[in-house]
Design a protein around this ligand. Structure first.
Ligand code: ADP
Ligand code: MG
Length: 265
């Protein structure tokens, strides 16, 4: 079965999309099969994977509303080596239309069911708000990855996100956990970064990934070429950091599996 992770933070510009695209490509580099689900009407993950959001005949919008089959909508990203369930501005309308249909929180979960055996990892790029689309992501996934910029206001809003996650766990998705907290655009020379890092360690302990993603111009340039940074510049600090993150994630998952399987006596 696939591991399904939602990349979530209701703040914009913290590196959700960058993480989704580059973690997907890095997992592919370790021979994993990956589906990237673009759940943001901005369609940045779609474009950053080399798929033109303006040319889509069908998108995740049609899938959520039950008007298209998932397999008819999924496209392959040549630059990333993973599959994409693409999005564009149409998705803005889904927010409203979802409110009036059955199982409105479960639409993505139901839609993903037929393909969960095909992929090792499904990564969902969430919009920058705690809306019905994000609720769908949190209901469909097993774990949440929260990218954070270590800035003064970084921790503000985190309690609202944790609260939302707790509510979803109680009502809709009991298996949901925070999978990891990821420091993005990291600058260890900045003393504020060090302070915020210390607070994150105190609050989240082992959930905080050891890997930090540095601020790296190659990461910011790659999307305009429709490429993950691994395709754009595989020697860049950004590429190396996201490969390290994929490695850390895989090691964590292996460790969990070992814990789950009791040793033979
Ligand atoms: P979100 O999806 O949370 O809104 P993005 O991933 O789109 O955030 O990132 C916001 C902006 O910052 C984008 O222009 C992106 O290219 C840039 N960016 C993201 N991560 C980095 C990084 N580590 N170094 C430099 N620029 C980055
Ligand atoms: Mg984004």
């Amino acid at each position: 079965m696939s591991k399904i992770y939602a990349i979530t933070n209701q703040k914009g510009g913290v590196g959700k999309t960058t993480t989704c695209v580059n973690l997907a490509a890095s997992l592919v580099a370790t021979k994993k099969k990956v589906l990237l689900v673009d759940l943001d009407p901005q369609g940045n993950a779609t474009m950053g994977s080399g798929i033109d959001k303006n040319e889509l005949e069908e998108s995740i919008y049609d899938v959520l509303l039950g008007e298209s089959k998932l397999l008819d909508v999924i496209q392959y990203s040549e630059s990333g080596g993973y599959d994409v369930l693409p999005a564009n501005g149409d998705l803005t309308a889904a927010e409203v239309r979802l409110l009036s249909i059955d199982n409105k929180e479960q639409r993505l979960k139901i839609a993903l069911k037929p393909v969960t055996g095909r992929y090792d990892y499904v990564l969902i790029d969430c919009p920058p708000s705690l809306n019905m689309l994000t609720v769908n992501a949190l209901t469909a996934c097993q774990g949440v990855i929260i990218p954070m910029q270590c800035e003064y206001y970084a921790l503000e809003g985190l309690s609202a996100l944790v609260e939302t996650i707790n509510q979803i766990t109680e009502v809709l998705n009991p298996e949901l956990v925070i999978e990891g907290i990821l420091r993005t655009m990291h600058d260890p020379r900045n003393s504020l970064t060090v302070d915020v890092s210390a607070q994150l360690t105190e609050y989240f302990g082992e959930k905080l990934y050891r890997t930090c993603i540095p601020r790296n111009v190659r990461l910011a340039e790659a999307p305009s070429f429709g490429q993950p940074v691994l395709a754009y510049d595989n020697q860049s600090k950004g590429a190396i950091a996201y490969l390290a993150l994929a490695g850390e994630m895989l090691r964590r998952n292996e460790a969990h599996q070992k814990q789950a399987v009791p040793q033979a006596q």
